[in-house]
Design a protein around this ligand. Structure first.
Ligand SMILES: NC(=O)c1ccc[n+]([C@@H]2O[C@H](COP(=O)([O-])OP(=O)(O)OC[C@H]3O[C@@H](n4cnc5c(N)ncnc54)[C@H](OP(=O)(O)O)[C@@H]3O)[C@@H](O)[C@H]2O)c1
Length: 262
C-alpha cells in the first residue's frame, strides 16, 4: 500500500487509463471507475505495484454516483481525476433524447456533483489536487456534436470560476482541455462519431502526450492546459474571430459523411 491515493473516473480506456497509469507510476494507490463489466485496465495498473481498486458504476445515474461515492468517501484522497465523459455525434434534431440526456447527466451533472463533494472533502482536509477533463470544444460551438461541446463549455467555465473561489485555498483545480485526441471516443458505437472526417483523421493528438501534459499541469497546480500547438492556436483564434468561423471548422470534422448529398 502506498501512502498516497488517486481516484480516477473513466479509467478503462483513453486519457483516463493513461492518467491512472501516470498516478500509479508516481506512487499513488488507485481507485478507478468506469462503466464496463470488467475494467481490464485494472490488471495493467496492478502490474505497476500499487494497490488498485476498481468499481463498475454508471456515473450517468444518481445510483451509480452514490455507489461510487460510498466507496471513496471515507478515504483521504490526494488526487482526483474527473475524467469520465462521452460525446454524441449527428445533428441535434436527429439525436435520440435519452442519449442527449445521458450526455448531460454524465458530463455535466455527474462531474459537478463529484466536484462538489470532492471539493468539500479536500477543503475539510486542507489538501488535494483535482484535474477535470474539459475540452477545447468548450471554446467553440460544435455543430454535429452540439450538446457535447456545450457540456464542455459548462465544465471549462465551472472550473475557471471555482479556481477564483479557491484562489487562496490549498486545494488546486486544473482544467485539461484537449483538442481531438486519438482515443476510443471516436470509435464507440454509442458515441455516433464513427462516420465523420475527424474520426478518420490521422492528425489527432497523441493521448500519451495529452495525458502527460494534464498530469504535469495538475502536479504544478496550474489552472489549465491545452496540449499541442494546433489546439493552442485553435483556442486563441476562437477567441478572436466571430463564432461562426470556428463552428464551420468544427462542422467540417464532425458532420457525418452519410449526411452529405451523394
Ligand atoms: N479524445 C478526445 O478527442 C477528447 C478531447 C477533449 C476532451 N476529451 C474528454 O476526455 C475524457 C476521456 O475521454 P477519452 O477521449 O479518453 O474517451 P474514452 O476512451 O471513450 O474514455 C471515456 C471513459 O469514460 C468512461 N465512461 C463513459 N461513460 C461512463 C459512465 N456512464 N459511467 C462511468 N464511466 C463512464 C468510459 O468507461 P467505459 O468504457 O466503461 O464506458 C471510459 O473509461 C472525456 O471526458 C472526453 O470528453 C476527449
Amino acid at each position: 500500500m502506498a501512502e498516497k491515493l488517486a481516484v480516477v473516473t473513466g479509467a478503462s480506456t483513453g486519457l483516463g487509463r493513461i492518467l491512472a497509469r501516470l498516478a500509479a507510476e508516481d506512487g499513488h494507490d488507485l481507485v478507478i471507475c468506469a462503466d464496463e463489466a470488467e475494467i481490464a485496465a485494472a490488471r495493467e495498473l496492478k502490474g505497476i505495484g500499487v494497490s488498485v481498486e476498481s468499481h463498475v458504476a454508471d456515473l450517468a445515474t444518481r445510483d451509480g454516483i452514490e455507489t461510487f461515492w460510498r466507496a471513496i468517501a471515507d478515504r483521504e484522497i490526494d488526487l482526483f481525476f474527473a475524467n469520465a465523459g462521452r460525446a454524441l455525434g449527428h445533428a441535434f434534431h436527429d439525436q435520440d433524447w435519452d442519449a442527449v440526456r445521458h450526455r448531460i447527466d454524465l458530463n455535466v451533472l455527474q462531474t459537478t456533483m463529484l466536484l462538489h463533494r470532492m471539493g468539500r472533502k479536500m477543503h475539510a482536509r486542507g489538501a488535494g489536487r483535482i484535474l477535470v477533463t474539459g475540452s477545447i470544444g468548450g471554446f467553440v460551438p460544435g455543430p454535429y456534436d452540439a450538446v457535447y461541446n456545450a457540456t464542455k463549455a459548462y465544465l471549462d467555465s465551472l472550473v475557471y470560476a471555482l479556481q477564483d473561489e479557491w484562489r487562496d485555498s490549498p486545494v488546486t483545480l486544473t482544467c485539461l482541455m484537449p483538442g481531438p485526441t486519438e482515443t476510443p471516443i471516436f470509435h464507440r458505437e454509442s458515441n455516433d462519431l464513427e462516420d465523420t472526417p475527424i474520426a478518420d483523421s490521422d492528425s489527432k493528438d497523441d493521448p500519451e502526450k495529452v495525458a502527460r501534459a494534464g498530469y504535469k499541469a495538475l502536479m504544478k497546480g496550474k489552472r489549465g492546459v491545452v496540449p499541442g500547438w494546433g489546439s493552442k492556436l485553435a483556442t486563441m483564434l476562437a477567441e478572436l474571430v466571430p463564432q461562426d468561423l470556428p463552428a464551420a471548422v468544427h462542422k467540417r470534422g464532425a458532420k457525418p459523411s452519410s449526411d452529405d448529398p451523394a
